[in-house]
Design a protein. Structure first.
Lengths: 403, 175
């Protein structure tokens, strides 16, 4: 690649940072820290809220195709303006607060929800040197912000003074307690092996390629495969996505905590759900899918933020695909799955990650292969044994029809 | 200047929410205010430069422990769910018991603080990183860590034993 070309790609790679610097140059120097922070916040908010708008359309279209119907196709070319129409509809709808509701908490719930969903974006590394905030413990911060969303769902359900909403609040709590643990335990091996709580450090630990073409992403290491799978399942549960959307469950709880919300507050709930989902996808990319690294060495010239966004959208696509494919779990199945399956699996995976770390120094013939097989066997055997035991005796389900 | 202002704000929120929590008759309101207190404690740790401890405090207490408390309130207050409870100070026995409990807790804590190591080593001018904290916990303080782990496991098993239904008819027989 010639010099002009590589300068162009480097500039493009750092375009967001350069644009920010150029904008800050217009202001007095003493304003720079505050204005820089504000600029980042405004950009991240606007960018991800537009991703949310896009995502609602993509999801409705994709679900439509899965269910063999066209999806929204009347507003604008191919239904492209549907999010705009939805936004206008939500803004002008009447805001109804139930008579016996706890007014303060009823108002606070959507606010807390959106704030905590947006906070999570503060620590995601969107590209090379492109993280809004970097500090020791940033990964922990991400999950702290995520815990706020379930808290807000509880508030919403309880403050509505509606029995369906209250049931939804209890479900949200049980789900949070059950899935927070596997989620964090899936992250622990990543932090252990990367030796850092800074997301950029985790991404840098995944740089490079094996055999020149297989990226060193954590997902392609045996312990990372298991941790990634646990993380994906727990992330779906944390984001209240199908098949773990029990707190809202339209058909059982008439939308649960959303029942007593209307208008703009309702829109905020939806926005927070999609923002939370996007943030989880971004964290999954950071922890397991190599962050902003290109999947193949010769594709490395494309900007780092492009790869991050592409991978994030791919993970979001998986989320939508799962929603279109899997039926909703029952409440007892959900908690049993978390406590009896995901939790032991993640504990065993911790041991596997430790083995991976210490076996790196092995000096045996065929050590890399042996090491891979051994570390893979630990979670895989647990998966098989636990799966057989949990499903044991259930057999094929027999349905009795009225004759 | 800003540092002091931050401390004052955190302290006011912390003490205010704690006072709000103990004076509420509505248990859910009290629990929520308690969560705010824990959040303020986490903010205080962050203010003091202990980022890891502060975030862990918020994650564990606001994210998990307050959830468990709210869950317990919802599950146990079946009849008078979310209505006011008779927590009054007019009952002398109750007042006495409260004073004794609070007094002994304060006394114990105060004695521990006053008689603790008097000459604390000079605070380092930078906060510990999470890695140093982990090495310290897993190295010199590993015995304390293990003892606390065993203790908490025992507490958990005890809680399960108390909560588990003893009537065989209530016990679910599988899915």
């Amino acid at each position: 690649m010639n010099d002009v070309g590589s300068t162009f790609w480097t500039t493009l790679d750092q375009a967001p940072a350069l644009a920010k610097r150029a904008l800050l140059g217009l202001l007095p120097e003493s304003w720079a820290p505050l204005a820089g922070g504000l600029l980042t916040v405004v950009f991240v908010c606007l960018f991800f809220i537009s991703i949310f708008a896009l995502l609602t359309l993509v999801e409705r279209k994709a679900l439509g195709r899965i269910q063999n119907r066209p999806g929204p196709n009347r507003t604008g070319p191919g239904g492209l303006l549907q999010p705009l129409a939805d936004a206008i509809k939500m803004l002008v709808k009447e805001d109804i607060v139930p008579h016996r509701a706890d007014r303060v908490l009823h108002f606070l719930a959507p606010v807390i929800l959106v704030v905590s969903a947006l906070l999570a974006f503060a620590v995601l590394p969107f590209g090379r040197d492109l993280a809004p905030v970097e500090f020791d413990g940033a990964i922990l911060f991400f999950f702290v912000a995520g815990a706020g969303t379930e808290f807000a769902i509880f508030l919403a359900g309880w403050a509505s003074h509606n029995k369906y909403s209250l049931l939804s609040a209890m479900r949200a709590l049980a789900q949070l307690i059950a899935y927070e643990l596997p989620l964090l335990l899936a992250v622990v091996p990543v932090v252990m092996l990367a030796g850092t709580l800074v997301p950029q450090g985790v991404v840098e630990a995944q740089a490079g390629y094996v055999f020149g073409f297989v990226p060193r992403w954590h997902l392609f290491e045996p312990w990372g495969l298991a941790a990634g799978a646990v993380f994906l399942v727990a992330a779906l549960a944390e984001a209240n996505r199908s098949p773990f959307d029990l707190p809202e469950a339209e058909s059982e709880l008439i939308a649960g905590h959303l029942t007593e919300y209307s208008g703009f507050k309702y829109a905020l709930f939806f926005m927070a759900e999609y923002l939370g989902m996007t943030a989880m996808a971004g964290m999954m990319v950071t922890l397991f899918l190599g962050g902003w690294h290109a999947p193949l060495p010769f594709l490395g010239f494309l900007p780092s933020w492009f790869w991050f966004l592409a991978k994030m959208l791919a993970v979001l696509g998986v989320f939508i695909w799962v929603r279109g494919t899997l039926p909703r779990l029952r409440m007892d199945q959900l908690t049993r799955f978390a406590w009896k399956f995901l939790l032991p699996l993640s504990f065993v995976n911790l041991v596997a990650a430790g083995l991976w770390h210490y076996s790196a120094a092995w000096d045996l013939p065929a050590a890399p292969l042996l090491r891979w097989v051994l570390v893979f066997a630990l979670p895989a055997a647990t998966y098989v044994i636990l799966g057989r035991r949990l499903a044991g005796g259930l057999g094929p389900r027999i349905y009795h029809y009225a004759t | 200047m800003f540092t002091l202002l931050g401390f004052v704000v955190i302290a006011v929120v912390l003490l205010g929410s704690a006072a709000f929590a103990v004076t509420r008759l509505n248990l859910i309101h009290a629990g929520l205010a308690f969560a705010l207190t824990w959040l303020a404690v986490g903010a205080f740790y962050l203010w003091a430069g202990a980022e890891f401890v502060g975030l862990a405090q918020i994650l564990v207490y606001v994210g998990a422990v307050s959830m468990v408390i709210l869950f317990a309130v919802l599950l146990t207050q079946v009849r008078s769910a979310a209505t006011s409870l008779p927590i009054n100070l007019d009952d002398e026995r109750r007042l006495g018991a409260g004073l004794i409990t609070a007094g002994s807790a304060f006394g114990l804590l105060g004695a521990a603080i006053l008689t603790g190591r008097p000459a604390a080593p000079a605070a380092p001018d930078r906060s510990l990183t999470a890695q140093e904290l982990g090495t310290a916990l897993m190295g010199p303080h590993v015995v304390a860590l293990l003892v606390i782990g065993v203790l908490l496991t025992a507490v958990l098993i005890g809680a399960v034993l108390i909560a588990a239904p003893t009537d065989p008819e209530i016990v679910e027989d599988g899915p």
